[in-house]
Design a protein around this ligand. Sequence first.
Ligand code: TXA
Ligand code: MG
Length: 324
Amino acid sequence: MILPGSDPAAIAQAALQLRAGELVALPTETVYGLGADASQDSAVAKVFAAKGRPAEHPLIVHVASKAQVSDYAASVPAFAQQLIDAFWPGPLTLILPRRDGVARAAAGGQDSIGLRCPSHPVAQALLQAAATGVAAPSANQFGRVSPTTAEHVQAEFGEDLLILDGGPCPVGIESTIVDCTRGAPVLLRPGHITREQVETACGQALLAPEAATEAAPRASGTLESHYAPRARVRLMSANELNQRLASLGVHAHNLGLWSRQRPLDAGAGVLWRAQAVLAAEAAQQLFAVLRELDSHGVQQIWVELPPDTPAWEGVRDRLKRAAA
Ligand code: TXA
Ligand code: MG
């Protein structure tokens, strides 16, 4: 059931449920999460089961404040602390060495742990009321599009799950992930907080993930094919999109388009949605647009590939995986 996240009684109920080892879906500023008490391995197992996610894929543990980092991390390099001070609470996840004996299942058995302190007021209220770290992957079936509204979550997991409604997520794509276990920061997943912002805040260049091969931890968000709607996604330039559309003419059907300009030749069989010109706005739209076009049963979604500039790295990353 969906309960208003602004209602203190709903927060109290959700916190009790977490403590009792049950799952709760919560809004964050990035996407909705499917949460479990990170200190209960049996509760965390329910998350993997519900998502159909392989149990060795680690989850992010969400904490209410910076002070809780030491509950989970064995050590915090200086550059990681600088990132925490610059961006928490906010859409940044850090991978840190895990403290012995804590959150083993949440970490997928790895000796590192992903930590994030979300800024969303409903997430904050829940984390404070539950007084425990909450392991939460995005609240979608494994490999599918992340949810950015309470209704999206309900469409994935049904009526029985308690879902706190916090409205549409303002960021819209998952947190930026920086691995801080390899001596220098490594960008594992681009997001709203850009590469430049990370480098400026910690005064160090990010290491390319390729340069950090060997002990690379598994990260499902980094699988080549992920975030996929049912329809086939194809990425193209505005020019190519218009040419293809013109050559299909009236024969175009069951086709979704997400592009900046309304195409001149789009007939009745084409559903067009406007793509925002600002990266942050397009990120906010992205998953909701893919889901909405899917819900109309389109067979293909043609997407105008946004510019190859730093601000668009997170959106382009998700689009490429959706198209893979
Ligand atoms: O914005 C977000 O990060 C959302 C909200 C709910 O906080 N969560 C999210 O979770 O995107 P999920 O599970 O869909 O993606 C988490 C990513 C995965 O790619 C996972 O493998 C990686 O974080 N991750 C978590 N812990 C890790 C670790 N110890 N080492 C390497 N990667 C890790
Ligand atoms: Mg996910």
